[in-house]
Design a protein around this ligand. Structure first.
Ligand SMILES: Cc1ncc(COP(=O)(O)O)c(C=O)c1O
Length: 366
């Protein structure tokens, strides 16, 4: 007889993981919005130092990391939550806030983990289409809030479409949202967003106890292999609730040490952003020259439309055969053939562009 699983297991879709991770074949990995730059040597040294105490459990309250984040962002440590990656905070927020009868509102296509929250809890997911420029339609999202809404997720910049809404729009949204609704603005890519100062949203926390800004060390800091993220919250309520639903030692000692060190290198963050933005501009120009429609990226990746006549899987396969790994748009919610492509180093981006031109049977523009 087969094992009998819970109802929720039938509702929860498996995470659509990118392929290629288990292969030995060297690939240009542009499928997971990772940083192409390895961790800084100071961060690697901090990890090395912390490794000598791995016979001890990590600090369960992540005190030093929360203190450093508090100094960096000016938010009291009691209003900062740490997670085993920011995904951990998202899932725990779902567990703490949602249940059958409750509703969660988010845009679609957006981050592929969001549907998990309703599936796991039995809450109702209300999805709102992006606007014609592949941006969040915050006005339409506001209209979907009801007395049953417990959580709204706003991904800014949005994964997978790379677009961002200006801070003014977020400010107006949170001012209109009822105070009983937790609004999580997922800012995993905020450092790459040039529409506003990435830290300007923090000001909104002062007036809105129901606002949460979700951030991560996985992207610009290049530490996704270690798993550490954080939430800057408008009140102490959410950090407390998150800790109630999670295992005690959710953030490992190496991740805590690395994140503390990474925070001390803000100049490197700025340097990486500048390099990524330079790649964003040159890749955008090359794609435009190939006649490919690209969304206005404010992230470390782009979202390109292949055109109805193309077969997305065939294009991805052609790229893979040329050693380039990207994500197909359909698996991420697109109704039309699309690709999500992370910006890598200049050499990696050249390989992608040459391979794409070849696959699409177009002459390279160089
Ligand atoms: C929008 C968004 N939020 C959150 C995450 C999760 O990042 P992590 O769990 O590595 O912090 C990602 C990762 O790709 C993302 O794209």
């Amino acid at each position: 007889m087969a094992i009998e699983f819970s109802q929720r297991i039938r509702r929860i879709a498996s995470y659509p993981a990118a392929g290629g991770y288990a292969d030995d074949v060297p690939a240009v990995r542009l499928a997971s919005n990772e940083s192409p730059y390895p961790p800084l040597s100071a961060v690697r040294e901090a990890i090395q130092r912390a490794s000598s105490s791995l016979n001890r459990y990590p600090d369960p309250s992540n005190s030093l990391l929360r203190r450093r984040l508090s100094e960096r962002y000016g938010v009291p440590a009691s209003r900062i939550a740490i997670g085993n990656g920011s995904c951990d905070i998202l899932l725990a927020a779902g567990e703490a806030l949602l249940e059958p009868g409750a509703e969660v509102v988010y845009a679609w296509p957006s981050f592929s983990v969001y549907p998990h929250l309703s599936a796991a809890s039995g809450a109702r997911a209300i999805t709102v289409a992006l606007d014609g420029s592949e941006r969040h339609d915050l006005g339409a999202m506001l209209k979907e809030i009801t007395v049953a809404t417990r959580l709204v997720l706003v991904c800014n910049p949005n994964n997978p479409t790379s677009t961002a809404v200006p801070l003014q729009g977020i400010a107006e949204f949170i001012a209109e949202a009822p105070p009983y609704v937790c609004v999580i603005v997922d800012e995993a890519y905020c450092e790459f967003n040039l529409l506003d100062d990435p830290d300007a949203s923090i000001e909104l926390l002062k007036a809105h106890p129901n606002l949460v800004l979700l951030r991560t060390f996985s992207k610009v800091h290049g530490l996704c292999g270690l798993r550490v993220g954080f939430a800057l919250c408008g009140s102490e309520e959410l950090p407390k609730a998150l800790d109630q639903v999670r295992q005690p030692f959710f953030c490992n000692a190496l991740a805590q040490a690395a994140a503390v060190e990474a925070l001390a290198h803000q100049d490197e963050v700025e340097d990486r952003v500048a390099r990524t933005v330079a790649e964003r501009i040159s890749v955008g120009e090359r794609l435009a020259a190939l006649g490919i429609e690209v969304a206005d990226s404010q992230a470390n990746f782009c979202w390109l439309q292949l055109g109805e006549e193309r077969d997305e899987l065939e294009v991805m396969d052609g790229l893979l055969q040329r050693g380039v790994l990207v994500r197909g748009g359909r698996a991420l919610g697109s109704e039309t053939p699309a690709l999500r492509v992370t910006y890598g180093t200049s050499q990696e981006n050249e390989r992608f562009l040459d391979a794409l031109a070849e696959v699409l049977s177009l002459a390279p523009t160089r």
